[in-house]
Write a protein that binds this ligand. Structure first.
Ligand code: ATP
Length: 296
């Protein structure tokens, strides 16, 4: 039985803007996205028939509702195949955290099955299939740093912002992306980001300039439901972050640090500060998304 092992990295939003709403109800976005060094591991093993999800799933669905299973269905339908696969997921990315864990698993399955089932679809087609599953899936396929527009399907890749040290703080609850978008009022969207300003300042390592470009229009919505977001941003600032922002629809907040040493010291302080209430991750930004790993 052939096997493929993949790395499925999470993402953060350097910026997130909602630019409109389509007649079909989908929101149009403009976001500067970034792959991060926190990933799920996916192992795909050929099976005679059926799509089976196994592994260390930490509460995500084991049935056809899993985005990884939906991704496999997309390839099967698109290519008229009736091949089977076992999808083993080792989850490390926290769930419903604004870090695109499910989207990245789906992206990895699209990339992996394209090889395992010899489907040979071009990356553009994988992105199209992915956009039916979630706004972050097209980005997660190629990853690195990119601007995503439309419903996340129109990507402009940028020279990747690699090796920037971040500390992520994930409070002990998840947030439903759908409910945050539902609560967003298109009239009162506050604080629009300027992704170009944010990108240029990060690329020039001008961390002081980054806060002038960054913003996430969903943050006020999530913060109204979870005031803890403000407290986390304050704690990150106190621990030395040069900037902080919420990722996606939250609740994870990331702080940006000028170097590894400062980020590591801050992560230790924050682990102590939040004790058992929030998870703290020390991560570096990555230059790419889904990657096929050497077999085990
Ligand atoms: P995004 O940032 O893309 O909006 P998220 O990181 O906030 O997403 P996910 O971790 O992807 O959220 O989970 C969102 C929902 O999707 C959860 O309710 C979860 O049960 C469901 N889900 C389905 N498949 C998966 C998967 N493979 N991994 C994680 N969640 C999944």
């Amino acid at each position: 039985m052939r096997k493929i092992r993949l790395r499925a990295p999470g993402k953060i939003n350097w910026t997130l803007d909602v630019t409109g709403r389509r007649p079909d109800g989908y929101h149009e976005v403009e976001m500067l996205l970034q792959s991060i060094g926190l990933w799920d591991e996916i192992i795909l093993t050929e099976r005679r028939e059926g799509i089976r999800i196994v592994g260390d799933l930490r509460g995500v669905p084991r049935n056809g509702d899993n985005l990884a299973a939906k991704a496999a269905e997309q390839i099967r339908e698109s290519c008229g195949l009736d091949a089977g696969v076992e999808i083993a997921i080792h989850k490390r990315i926290p769930i419903a955290a604004g870090l695109a864990g499910g989207s990245s698993d789906a992206a990895a399955v699209l990339v992996g099955l394209n090889v395992l089932w010899d489907a040979d679809l071009p990356e553009e087609r994988l992105r199209q299939l992915g956009s039916r599953l979630g706004a972050d899936v097209p980005f997660c396929i190629s990853g690195g740093t990119a601007v995503a527009r439309g419903i996340g399907d129109r990507l402009t890749p940028l020279s990747p912002l690699e090796g920037i040290w971040l500390v992520l703080v994930k409070p002990p609850f998840g947030v439903s992306t759908a409910s945050v978008y539902e609560a967003l009022s298109m009239e009162s969207r506050a604080g629009h980001p300027d992704w170009k300003k944010a990108y240029d300042s990060l690329q020039a390592a001008d961390f002081a300039g980054f806060p002038r470009g960054t913003a996430n229009v969903l943050e006020s919505v999530t913060r109204a439901q979870h005031p803890e977001i403000r407290e986390i941003r304050q704690a990150l600032r106190k621990a030395g972050a040069v900037a902080s922002s919420m990722s996606g629809s939250g609740p994870t907040v990331f702080g940006v640090f000028p170097d590894y040493g400062q980020a590591r010291r801050a992560s230790e302080k924050l682990r102590e500060h939040f004790a058992k209430t929030s998870q703290v991750y020390l991560v570096e930004t990555l230059g790419e998304g889904v990657e096929i790993l050497p077999s085990v």
